[in-house]
Design a protein around this ligand. Structure first.
Ligand SMILES: CC(C)(COP(=O)(O)OP(=O)(O)OC[C@H]1O[C@@H](n2cnc3c(N)ncnc32)[C@H](O)[C@@H]1OP(=O)(O)O)[C@@H](O)C(=O)NCCC(=O)NCCS
Length: 168
């Protein structure tokens, strides 16, 4: 990523094999593969709508989401900024929210895990509220995705799903 803090982050849909290769490698390294388990459902990130953030032409982050019905809103499945605290996560999240609004959705929701204190801070600073804590849900999700680590950020054992919502 460029060191110029004023360089603009651009949000685009993946278009090329190079984009898809970069996404696959990033999902493997950050999420242990392209499958995300949320609320007992396994989602393939390759089947979700994807936005890539670019800075100076380089990919620097990505978001994936799925829309179901207008009532249930859209679910943000993944959000990654390769270089943190440079505005990449905010730009991706704003793009997903704008896309959802334009498609007539009134709600966005997501699952993070009990160890992910930085994500909990990030989302709550952007208007998301904790709607539920699903105790032991990650322990159950390991049956579908055995590679989910036992220990996460700050050395915190990962057990629970934290559900966050935002009205659009
Ligand atoms: C959570 C995550 C997506 C946030 O992305 P990010 O790019 O670091 O987020 P941003 O840079 O937009 O915002 C983070 C903070 O940096 C600040 N910031 C942004 N640009 C900055 C800059 N140039 N200089 C200093 N601070 C800056 C923002 O203001 C923000 O602080 P605030 O919340 O107090 O407003 C990122 O940490 C990440 O990829 N985490 C790992 C994966 C993950 O947990 N994803 C979420 C669960 S699905």
């Amino acid at each position: 990523m460029t060191t110029d803090p004023s360089a603009r982050v651009q949000i685009l849909r993946p278009t090329s094999d190079a984009d898809r290769g970069w996404l696959e490698a990033m999902w493997n390294s950050k999420w242990g593969g392209e499958v995300m388990v949320t609320r007992g459902t396994a989602h393939r990130l390759t089947d979700a709508v994807t936005f890539i953030a670019r800075c100076g032409g380089e990919p620097v982050g990505a978001a994936t989401f799925v829309g179901t019905t207008a009532n249930s809103g859209i679910e943000l499945l993944s959000l990654n900024a390769i270089v943190p605290r440079r505005g990449v996560g905010s730009a991706l999240l704003a793009a997903v929210e704008n896309h959802a609004r334009a498609d007539g959705f009134h709600r966005i929701w997501l699952i993070t895990t009990n160890d992910n204190l930085d994500a909990l801070r990030f989302y709550q600073r952007r208007g998301y509220v904790i709607a539920a804590v699903h105790s032991g849900a990650v322990d159950r999700a390991r049956r579908l995705k055995p590679g989910i680590p036992e220990v996460g950020y700050y050395g915190i054992p990962i057990h629970d799903e934290v559900e966050l919502h935002k009205g659009l």
